[in-house]
Structures are given as structure tokens and as C-alpha cells.
Design a protein around this ligand. Structure first.
Ligand code: GCU
Length: 428
């Protein structure tokens, strides 16, 4: 006798049909689903939060817990024994004498591996400790600026035919190959410092990367996989951003109260999660972070939860898999992640051609977080609809959509620096 009930059979058929069909993303605003977006101020008990005290003591912890258990996974507490920072190079006359450049290795334990290399630029012309942008990079520190003195790191690559991942020393020609995304001279000119590290140093970006990153150091004895509510790779990358902040806060030449966490794309998702958890980041910036970042999941526009879970099963936690093609059941949406940053200023940016990241969904992620900022008497986005391209709007929540593709370019950085000037004051 078959163990399959008719319902189970229908379910299995649907599954196998959908598994065979290529995914077609919805890019049509008229076809956006009608799933209700949860109200950020209504608690699980159905009661509306009306004061900032109740937000901070009731609703915020409730939402934080939901993001931990159902989305990104809980970041374990506690400092790794043996974690240490070693300065490996310093150039006080970098960028024609305008900056001090430092390379620092963060060892996770007393052993040599794993470790993360942090590249830091601090402006020399300043009267006060420098405000800083803290941001992970995709290709290694050598890629952010063409400088033969920067250490060539080990970087992870996937073999196109065997699909296996391995690490190899970055090659000379990759120096500065992402420089367009890192306008370091302009950042220094404006009085800001910048600290960056290669995200795969904290965990290589593949399911097998788990064993090589930080997460196993927090496992219980005998544990080899995270529990369904424990952290995924995005959590590991966010952990890395917080360890960068730990180091920066030790430096007298850095203003530890002016650390802006910033990230592009998947690293924008990590930056938002880092900013939500770590309140030392006094400005949080998401550049084209899309699904699982600033964009609302329940709109089902562009990338979906199912796509995230299928293509990148290691990014989120095990419980998040329950919401593949099942966004209605998600107890949160991404505006509530942005609200966890309140009352700290948050900037969300999109690009006009980056429909996969759902620019309108990213705008709404900010818009629907506004009621929380209002509890703190902070003004959010001002406009009810997304602004024209290349126009920055908003006060404590800001937004723009740059003309062009999924990327982070000088225009985006200029908007972020203007935003930081406004909230922190011009760097002196
Ligand atoms: C893919 C992925 C996105 C991610 C992006 C990136 O497009 O689907 O979720 O943001 O890669 O990190 O570049």
C-alpha cells in the first residue's frame, strides 16, 4: 500500500513540476502579490506599540528574536579566546601623504589560521579622530586600490568545470580591479577613513565554506553543522564587521562613535544585519542589498526567498528554508530589520536597472520602518513614493536610486558622505 495520501501526491507532483520549471522572476509591479506586510509597531500579542520605551523593551527584542530564529540565525555570544590583532604594515604617507595606511591581521585564535586581513586608511589632515566607513570587499584587499605594497591574500575561486572551490594566492593583475567601487582618495579628501576586509576571510562564500570560517569556533563539542536557528554565512560576515569595529575602537586616531557600516549587495545584507545587532555602528548603509536585505520579501518581486535558499543555502539559517515559496508565513519582513537600526540613521540605495534587487521594495523597506523612527521624533523618508533617479531623499532614513546597474559607484559614496556630514557634522 502506498504511504502517500492524495494530498501528499498532489504536493509531490507540484514540487516536481516546479523543480523542473526554470525560475521566472516577477518584474511587473502589476503582478506584485497581495500578501499583507506586517505592521512594524504591532506586537505578536496584537497590541500596538506607542512609545519608544515599549519599542525598546518589548517590540524590538521580539523582532530581533524573530530575525535570529527565522532568518539570519543567532550570533553566538562571547569573545573567542585567543582572538588578536597584529599590525603587519604601516605607511604614514600613503595617497601622496594624505593618509595613513595600515594592514592589520585579525587572528581568530592563537593559531595562524583562520585569519582576516584588515586594510585601513585614515586621513592625515584632521584635528579630530576620524569618522570611518567599515565595509567588506568581494575580491580581497588588493582589489580595492592599485598599490603594489598591499599583501596579496588567499582568495576563493570556483572551478568552472568541476564546480569545486579552492583558495589560491590572488594574482598581481587583480590589484585595483574593484577600485571603481572604492573611491578611497575622495573618501580621504572628505575627511573620512575607511576600513575593509575580504568577506571570505570570515567564511568562504560556499556551503562548504562553513568549515573554514568562524562559525565552527562557536560549535558545541561534536557539533559539525549549525542548528536550524543558528547563524548562517551572513551572520559570520556581520560578525567580521563587528570585529573590525572592535579594533577601530581601540585606535586613538579613530572616532569610535562615528563608525558607519556599509555594504553592497550580499555584503549590504550583511551590513544591515551587522547594523541591526551592533549598536556601535552609528550609521548603517545598504547599497543594492535586495532580497534578504532592504527589499520586502512579501512583495515577491525580483529575487525571492526560494531563490535565496536554493542558490545560497548557507547564507541564512535552517529555519529560513520554511519560507521558500511561502512568504506569507514569514513572521517578519525586511522593513522590520531596518527598524531595528532606529533611531540611528540608515541609508538605503538602489540602482535603476537592478530590478533583481527590487528598488521599489528597497524604498518600501525604509518607508515602512518610519513609524519606529517617529517614536524617536526622527523624520524618515519624506516622500511617499520613490524619488526620481539620482535624487537623494530623506532625513534619518535616506534613499536614492542611481541610474545604472547593480554596483556601488562614486555617486553612491558621495551620497553616503553627504549623509554622514549631515548626521555627524563635517569631519574636522
Ligand atoms: C546575486 C544574489 C543577490 C546578491 C548578489 C550579490 O545576484 O541573487 O541576492 O545580492 O548576488 O551579492 O552580488
Amino acid at each position: 500500500m502506498s504511504a502517500r495520501t492524495p494530498t501528499a501526491l498532489v504536493f509531490a507532483l507540484t514540487m516536481s513540476l516546479s523543480a523542473q520549471q526554470p525560475f521566472v522572476s516577477n518584474l511587473d509591479e502589476a503582478k506584485v502579490g497581495k500578501i499583507p506586510i506586517p505592521d512594524v509597531l504591532t506586537g505578536a500579542d496584537g497590541k500596538k506599540i506607542t512609545t519608544k520605551e515599549d519599542w525598546l523593551t518589548k517590540r524590538r527584542p521580539e523582532l530581533m528574536k524573530l530575525f535570529e530564529t527565522e532568518v539570519y540565525g543567532k550570533t553566538p555570544e562571547g569573545k573567542l579566546p585567543g582572538i588578536r590583532y597584529v599590525v603587519t604594515s604601516e605607511d604614514k604617507k600613503a595617497l601622496e601623504g594624505k593618509a595613513t595606511k595600515r594592514e592589520v591581521t585579525l587572528f581568530f585564535t592563537e593559531k595562524a589560521e583562520p585569519h582576516a586581513d584588515i586594510l585601513i586608511y585614515i586621513p592625515n589632515a584632521r584635528k579630530q579622530p576620524a569618522p570611518m566607513f567599515v565595509s567588506l570587499n568581494f575580491h580581497g584587499n588588493q582589489s580595492v586600490i592599485k598599490d603594489p605594497a598591499i599583501k596579496l591574500p588567499m582568495v576563493w575561486k570556483q572551478d568552472k568545470t568541476t564546480k569545486t572551490w579552492s583558495s589560491a594566492r590572488a594574482e598581481e593583475p587583480t590589484r585595483g580591479d574593484q577600485a571603481e567601487r572604492w573611491p578611497i582618495a575622495e573618501i580621504i579628501e572628505r575627511g573620512y577613513g575607511v576600513a575593509t576586509a575580504y568577506y571570505c576571510d570570515f567564511e568562504p562564500d560556499t556551503p562548504e565554506g562553513l568549515a573554514k570560517g568562524v562559525r565552527p569556533f562557536y560549535f558545541q563539542a561534536g557539533q559539525t553543522q549549525p542548528e536550524p536557528n543558528e547563524w548562517g554565512s551572513l551572520g559570520a560576515w556581520a560578525w567580521g564587521l563587528s570585529r573590525m569595529a572592535d579594533y577601530l575602537q581601540l585606535l586613538p586616531e579613530v572616532d569610535g562613535n562615528k563608525l558607519a557600516v556599509l555594504g553592497h549587495s550580499r555584503l549590504g545584507k550583511a551590513a544591515l544585519w551587522a547594523g541591526a545587532q551592533d549598536e556601535r555602528f552609528s550609521i548603517v548603509i545598504s547599497n543594492d542589498s535586495g532580497a534578504g536585505g532592504a527589499a520586502l520579501s512579501k512583495r515577491i518581486f525580483g529575487e525571492t526567498v526560494e531563490r535565496l535558499n536554493t542558490n545560497f543555502p548557507h547564507w541564512f539559517n535552517g529555519n529560513f528554508k520554511k519560507y521558500s515559496d511561502n512568504e506569507a508565513a514569514l513572521p517578519v519582513d525586511q522593513h522590520e530589520l531596518i527598524a531595528l537600526v532606529a533611531p540611528r540613521p540608515v541609508y538605503i540605495a538602489s540602482a535603476t536597472e537592478d530590478l533583481w534587487s527590487d528598488p521599489k521594495g528597497e524604498f518600501l523597506g525604509g518607508k515602512l520602518a518610519e513609524p519606529v523612527y517617529a517614536l524617536f521624533e526622527k523624520v524618515g523618508l519624506i516622500t511617499a513614493e520613490p524619488p526620481d533617479a539620482d535624487t537623494s531623499v530623506g532625513d534619518s532614513i535616506a534613499y536614492h536610486s542611481r541610474t545604472g546597474k547593480h554596483d556601488i559607484l562614486l555617486f553612491d559614496w558621495q551620497c553616503y558622505m553627504d549623509f554622514a556630514d549631515r548626521h555627524w557634522g563635517n569631519p574636522e
